[in-house]
Design a protein around this ligand. Structure first.
Ligand SMILES: [Zn+2]
Length: 247
C-alpha cells in the first residue's frame, strides 16, 4: 500500500508540496481527490479544514480546494467543480494552502490551549469541548464558579502566558505511555478508540499538555494577545468562554 504523507501532523509550517493524484471520485456534487502527499489539514478537534489550490504545471490548470476531510485514514480534498472536470489519476500537482487562513487558525488554536491551561491551573476546571474559526474561538468548561469577575482575570493570565514566549511541542507517544500522563486524563484521552496505538500530544511547555490532532504555532509569542469577547452559562456547571485574537 502507498504510504501517504500527511505533512500537517509533522510540520504545521509546510504550506506547499508536490504530489501525485492517487484517487479521484468525480461522481458527487464536488470532485474528491486523494494525493500521495498533502499539506492540507482535514479538520477535527474544533479546527476547520484547510482551503487552498491544486495546480497542474503541465497545462497551467488550477482547482480550488474548498474543504478537506479524513476518510478511511486518507485526507480527501473536496474541489470546487469546474467545466473541464477534475485532475486525473497520476497527475503531478502542486498543493498550495491558503496560508494566511491556516496560520490564523494555528494562532487561534494555540491561544485556546493557553486558555485551557490557565483555566485548569488556576481553577481546576475541565474542558468539555471547543470550536474555532480564523481569529476567534470558544471553549466549554465544567466550571461552576465561572462569572464576569473571573473572566477578566483569566484574560490577563492567558496574555501573560502568551507573552512568556513558551515553546509549543508536538510528540507522538505509544498509547500506554500517554495513559500514564496525569494531565492528559482531563482531555479525556481514555475516550480514544481502542484501535489507536499512538497518541499525538501538543504541549505548551510549562502550561498545558493535551492529546490533540490539530496544527499549532511553535511558540506562544506568535499568537500575540487575546481578548475575552463573551461568556455564557450552558447550565449550572457548563460554561462557555469566547475569545478572539487582538493582533
Ligand atoms: Zn489543539
Amino acid at each position: 500500500m502507498d504510504v501517504r504523507e500527511q505533512l500537517c501532523y509533522t510540520d504545521a509550517y509546510a504550506r506547499t508540496t508536490e504530489a501525485r493524484v492517487v484517487d479521484v471520485d468525480a461522481g458527487g456534487d464536488a470532485p474528491l481527490v486523494v494525493l500521495d502527499r498533502t499539506v492540507f489539514y482535514p479538520g477535527g478537534g474544533g479546527q476547520p479544514p484547510d482551503r487552498g489550490l491544486l495546480l497542474r504545471a503541465r497545462d497551467g490548470r488550477r482547482w480550488t480546494v474548498r474543504a478537506a476531510r479524513k476518510s478511511g485514514g486518507d485526507i480527501v480534498h473536496e474541489l470546487e467543480p469546474t467545466p473541464d472536470g477534475p485532475p486525473s489519476r497520476d497527475d503531478v500537482l502542486t498543493v498550495d494552502l491558503d496560508w494566511s487562513r491556516r496560520y490564523e487558525l494555528m494562532r487561534t488554536h494555540t491561544a485556546l490551549h493557553a486558555l485551557c491551561g490557565v483555566v485548569w491551573r488556576d481553577h481546576g476546571a475541565l474542558v468539555t469541548g471547543g470550536n474555532m474559526e480564523p481569529g476567534a474561538g470558544r471553549m466549554d468548561f465544567e466550571f461552576e464558579r465561572m462569572g464576569g469577575d473571573l473572566v477578566g482575570e483569566i484574560e490577563a493570565r492567558v496574555n501573560e502566558e502568551l507573552r512568556s514566549k513558551r515553546d509549543v511541542r508536538v510528540n507522538v507517544l505509544p498509547r500506554e505511555e500517554a495513559f500514564e500522563i496525569p494531565d492528559l486524563i482531563r482531555t479525556k484521552v481514555n475516550l480514544l478508540p481502542e484501535g489507536i496505538q499512538e497518541i499525538r500530544t501538543v504541549e505548551i511547555v510549562g502550561l498545558d499538555l493535551q492529546a490533540d490532532g490539530g496544527t499549532h504555532v511553535s511558540n506562544t509569542s506568535e499568537v500575540g494577545g487575546i481578548r475575552v469577547t463573551g461568556y455564557e452559562s450552558k447550565g449550572r456547571i457548563n460554561k462557555r468562554i469566547r475569545i478572539e485574537l487582538t493582533d
